[in-house]
Design a protein around this ligand. Sequence first.
Ligand code: HEC
Length: 175
Amino acid sequence: MTPRPRPIALLALCSLMAAPALAQQVDPAQVEAGMTVYKPPIANCEPCHGYGGNGALALDEYGGKGTAAGPPLTTSKMTRAEMIEAVSCGFRNDWLTMPQYLQKAWTPDRPCGGKIRADMKTEESPILAGRPLTEAQIEAVVTYVQAFYQGSPMNREKCLRYWGDRSPACNIFTQ
Ligand code: HEC
């Protein structure tokens, strides 16, 4: 004869099933804090990646190469950990540059991809952002990028959250 499921076992099962859903919940305060970091004048990701995360052509104040093209964040396939690494360490190649936002990145304390600055040619070393971020600010901006942009196009509600009372800009969105 099969024993009836004991309530305590059921409870344990329910809490196991609930755990991953809870872990994915995004803290709205961190999204808000991340948006502030994303905008000028803090990290100023906006000129290169756009307020909608669609990517942009921006005047490049870092590489002195005239323009910088930031890729869309809406279609990024990066995991959270990879994004934190990207923002902390930055990128640089012949034609693209994204600032390094964590001051101690590329040091023996905090190597990037196993490398430190001394391993890099000067022209390959990412340029330190004018206003570096703390690790907490980097966590927040990545939470924002994932919640606001990654995998989801801009819409009226998000546009209004971004621009606040400069809402006429958001009339281009019907929903
Ligand atoms: C000066 C322009 C510039 C600024 C400012 C900038 N980025 Fe970037 N970003 C780039 C470029 C260019 C790349 C692509 C580099 C490559 O692929 O080699 C990039 C790549 C990325 C990626 C990787 C996307 C992917 O899937 O490949 C993320 C995430 C990102 N940026 C987030 C940010 C955030 C967040 C900020 C602000 C804290 C920021 N960026 C500021 C230019 C910029």
